[in-house]
Design a protein around this ligand. Structure first.
Ligand code: SF4
Length: 353
């Protein structure tokens, strides 16, 4: 079926649209500029396109922009939005401003198939793939759109399980006809999805963040079922075929290599022992990467507990001392993260009532 949503189309697809409607050749670039560098919510706002062609566009296509329908604001300034998707689902997007940057955490799927036990989205199960328009909508319809400096694909879903649409969104965000961002400002996370990983590494220059959380296969199998299909040892093997930089000293906007990081949520008594620290060092030896240690945000009815801050600092210092550069992420928006995945769950329940 022909795609009738303009947002998410590449320049060549927009050229086909313009051709089909009898518009001048340069119109595709004008449409792309409206779609990907400005914040508009209707085709009628494309004011440098003639009224006749705007009307034709409006009759045949839709823009693909939807305002968020709910928001939750944390006392530290973090904002969580609930966006509707093109197909009637709901997804969460989190805006995290700090003194020197503003990071947007976007979702890539409605729900998730990966079933990580410590994750609210994992508990919801999988509902739908997001289209490229849905992914881009979280950026372009965000009230703080102009302030965003970095985008991370770390919201709901496993991005590499929706590889076509994630790659398309990354292309539009980095292409000269799109937002023209440096790929170093975008980070895509994965639980270790080997199926999508090779394509991502070959076709995209954005940074990669692997959700590690447990350094041994035994524990990953227990808490992260994806380990069964994609063992972490195989993921590391694959990563070693590519070049990265860890960002400790040499990373800057103009750096040649993309950045590789490993995300590690620290759970008290589960993955914070000395044995775990050494297992991380051993697993990552020979890779130019960094480890981001993340405090656990508790979720309802969960047996998982956050580790004390002192222990998290000790892990950070130990890893860095052993040559694995590590940072401890500040806890942000904990009061609204406590309900992570709840906005979508509630909205789904409202819809089915
Ligand atoms: S942690 Fe990520 S990959 Fe795992 S279930 Fe949650 S959304 Fe999916």
């Amino acid at each position: 079926m022909e795609n009738k949503t303009l947002s998410g189309m590449s320049l060549s697809e927009l050229q086909n649209v313009a051709y089909k409607l009898g518009m001048p050749q340069y119109a595709a670039k004008q449409i792309a500029a409206w779609l990907y560098t400005k914040q508009i919510f209707s085709i009628s706002e494309m004011t440098n396109i003639s009224k006749t062609f705007r009307d034709k566009l409006e009759t045949e296509y839709e823009l693909g922009r939807k305002h968020p329908i709910k928001k939750m604001v944390s006392k530290d300034g973090t904002v969580k939005y609930l966006f509707p998707t093109q197909n009637g689902h709901f997804i969460e997007t989190v805006y995290i401003p700090t003194a020197d940057r503003a990071t947007l955490c976007v979702s890539s799927q409605v729900g998730c198939k990966m079933g990580c036990q410590f994750c609210m989205t994992g508990r919801q199960g999988f509902q739908a793939q997001l289209t490229a328009a849905d992914i881009l909508n979280q950026i372009y319809a965000l009230p703080e759109f102009q302030k965003v400096t970095n985008i991370v694909f770390m919201g709901q879903g496993e991005p590499l399980d929706n590889i076509d649409n994630v790659l398309r969104a990354c292309e539009i965000l980095t292409a000269p006809y799109g937002l023209a961002w440096s790929p170093k400002r975008i980070t895509v996370s994965t639980v270790g999805n080997l199926k999508g990983l090779k394509r991502f590494l070959n076709e995209c220059q954005c940074n990669l963040a692997v959700s590690l959380h447990f350094p041994t296969s035994e524990q990953r199998l227990e808490f992260m079922p994806a380990e069964k299909a994609w063992p972490i040892a195989k993921v590391i093997e694959q990563l070693k075929e590519y070049e990265f930089c860890n960002g400790e000293h040499q990373w800057h906007e103009g750096a040649k290599q993309r950045r590789l990081s490993f995300e590690y949520i620290i759970f008290a008594g589960l993955n914070d022992s000395h044995r775990h620290r050494n297992a991380i060092v051993e697993l990552l030896s020979g890779l130019d990467c960094r480890v981001n240690l993340i405090p656990f945000h508790s979720i309802p009815d969960s047996p998982f507990k956050a580790a004390p801050e002192q222990r998290m600092k000790e892990i950070r210092d130990y890893l860095t001392y052993k040559g694995v550069f590590s940072t401890l992420r500040a806890s942000r928006g904990e009061d609204i993260m406590a309900a992570c995945g709840l906005l979508t769950t509630k909205e789904k329940q409202n819809k089915t009532k």
